[in-house]
Write a protein that binds this ligand. Structure first.
Ligand SMILES: N[C@@H](CCC(=O)N[C@@H](CS)C(=O)NCC(=O)O)C(=O)O
Length: 233
């Protein structure tokens, strides 16, 4: 079998969506997990973006989480059960631009949160920088638009399937809700989106890739996923 590996940082919502997709497809992989960010030179060995996740799959090497998930859903047989089948590829041929637009918009929502997060741990809170205020301002607009993209209560972004759009959305929202970013997405105001996130949290693939608490000083996790702090060693 060809070698498959994923390089990722522990808390990344982008990487979590890739890991969930790998689990949904039943694909084994080597976990190359990093808790902190290495030097630019080291990171550049894996990707010129200096970002992760990066996937190796035999001869294929990909970065950019949306592209990785598209590759996985297009390449491997999709036979997940749990009541809702996986979408083949990134969207439906006849609706491809709409489905891609939804995914790109969801990734922008995720990038807004990780930008706020990176800056917060660099010592700059939302109110202290106009670009972070603007990043937070995106949330109500994005959520209102995305709420209208779910065809009906109980459905995901693409009817009758579990899509990359659903997986990324739930990962980004739970990242925001599990980190003290000073950003409240007020997801409860969006019933279709809330239902989707609540439903996906119950899925096996989500449960086995938990969202972990992280703040400065956390250097690892204990047996019950509790954070381990530098000072306490
Ligand atoms: N557009 C990228 C974003 C990935 C990303 O932001 N990764 C973060 C971890 S959550 C990272 O590597 N941050 C380090 C950095 O930006 O220097 C993707 O979808 O894969």
């Amino acid at each position: 079998m060809s070698k498959r590996a994923l390089l990722f940082t522990t808390g990344s919502p982008f990487a979590r969506a890739v890991r969930i997709t790998l689990d949904e497809l039943g694909l084994e992989y080597e976990r190359r997990e990093e808790i902190t960010t290495p030097s630019a030179e080291d990171r550049a060995q894996s990707s010129p973006t200096l970002q992760v996740p990066t996937l190796w799959d035999g001869e294929v090497r990909l970065w950019e989480s949306g592209l990785i998930v598209e590759y996985l859903l297009s390449t491997y047989k999709v036979d997940s059960d749990e009541g809702m089948p996986l979408c083949r590829g990134i969207g439906r041929e006849e609706e491809i631009w709409r489905d891609r637009l939804v995914l790109s918009t969801i990734q922008t929502l995720g990038t807004a949160a990780t930008t706020i997060s990176q800056m917060k741990w660099g010592g700059v809170a939302i109110g202290e920088h106009a670009y972070l205020v603007r990043s937070a301002d995106r949330y109500p607009y994005l959520l209102e638009w995305l709420e209208n993209e779910i065809p009906e209560a109980g459905s995901g972004f693409i009817a009758n399937v579990l899509s990359a759009q659903d997986i990324f959305f739930a990962c980004h929202i739970d990242f925001v809700l599990n980190r003290p970013l000073g950003l409240d997405p007020m997801i409860e105001n969006f019933p279709k989106l809330s239902e989707l996130v609540a439903r996906l949290r119950e899925r096996k693939s989500f449960e086995s890739n938990p969202i972990l608490w992280w703040e400065p000083g956390v250097i690892g996790y204990g047996p019950n996923n509790e954070p381990v702090y530098k000072e306490k060693l």
